[in-house]
Ligand binder design. Structure first.
Ligand code: HEC
Ligand code: HEC
Length: 263
């Protein structure tokens, strides 16, 4: 037997095995704590220190105070069946005055001749909610967004009272005319689409669903496309996005034709 000591830097076997273990340890620490976490897109892994802490399982409260802000605005309006149900004549009058600057696009009596949506007879809760959503940025449109910046909450209630008080365009679907499209009366159960008429009137009316009869076809089409692509996302719990995403272009066309039908 040699008298060489086992644990000694002069023993090449000892140096090699300790060295290899050390390199393996550093390599796995690098992969586990730095490389893999920094590939993650989630906010808590952003930055080297956050990545290391997150991978090591450090509770978030220990190393970061700022909660992560969402960049997507969602609607903050809760529509209830009783909302803005009874408006006072004073409110309607104030609304009529405020509506003077809306006539250019939405018409003198709330009926647009410029492919903007008709507002006459629209449910007050809907008008109010859409105005709020334009203001908070939950719904955005280059034309409407600047129109609402200086409207107060009361102004929006008054405008909603006024427009809901104006007579709306009635549904025009005479007997002997075109049969209502499948998508409107029965939806498409295999694709999880409830009938439009079960929310928008005809079969049943769900609170928060706008009056569609008489809306310009261009407007209906553009809104369905916006819901489908997600550029409009102010529908709470995605009621409309889930419908629109599943619709075919010809169903969108049929629905737009059906609802815009007027004598
Ligand atoms: C320059 C034209 C223009 C003016 C002025 C205008 N609007 Fe609009 N408005 C539009 C357009 C276009 C849309 C549809 C936006 C979209 O496609 O998302 C719209 C949408 C709306 C909607 C949503 C309707 C719905 O069914 O979802 C409301 C409510 C509304 N406007 C109210 C008003 C009020 C109140 C005023 C006045 C303070 C006003 N608008 C002034 C063009 C206009
Ligand atoms: C589950 C109920 C529900 C069903 C089913 C439904 N919708 Fe809607 N729809 C809504 C609600 C709620 C909104 C309003 C979203 C918001 O702005 O808050 C809406 C908005 C819309 C709008 C925009 C109107 C406006 O003035 O802003 C259009 C157009 C529309 N729906 C068409 C349809 C069509 C076409 C169908 C059938 C294929 C359909 N919807 C089925 C609930 C529904």
């Amino acid at each position: 037997m040699s008298d060489e000591r086992l644990v000694s830097l002069r023993n090449p076997w000892f140096v090699a095995s300790v060295g290899a273990t050390l390199i393996l340890f550093l390599f796995s620490a690098f992969v586990g704590f730095i490389w893999l976490p920094s590939v993650q897109k989630d906010a808590q892994f952003q930055g080297l220190w956050n990545a290391i802490c997150s991978a090591a399982g450090v509770p978030r409260t220990w190393y970061s105070e700022a909660p992560v802000e969402s960049t997507v605005r969602t609607s903050s309006v809760i529509v209830t069946p009783q909302m803005l149900e009874h408006s006072s004549p004073v409110s309607i009058g104030r609304g009529a005055t405020l509506a003077m600057r809306c006539t250019m696009c939405h018409g003198v009596r709330g009926l647009s001749e410029a492919n903007s949506p008709n507002l006459a007879g629209q449910y007050a809760a809907v008008v109010y909610k859409e105005l709020q959503d334009f203001k908070t940025g939950a719904r955005s449109n280059a034309t409407m967004t600047p129109m609402v910046v200086d409207l107060s909450d009361q102004d929006m209630k008054d405008l909603a009272a006024y427009y809901s008080y104006l007579p709306r365009l009635r549904a025009y679907h005479p007997d002997g005319g075109e049969a209502p499209p499948q998508i409107v009366v029965s939806g498409a159960p295999m694709r999880n689409i409830a009938p439009c008429a079960s929310c928008h009137g005809g079969v049943a009316s769900k609170v928060g669903s706008p009056w569609l009869e008489g809306q310009p076809a261009v407007y209906i089409r553009s809104q369905l496309e916006a819901f489908a692509s997600g550029t409009r996302r102010n529908d709470i719990s995605e009621q409309m996005r889930n419908v629109a995403r599943q619709m075919t272009p010809s169903e969108i066309e049929e629905a737009a034709r059906y609802y815009s039908n007027q004598p």
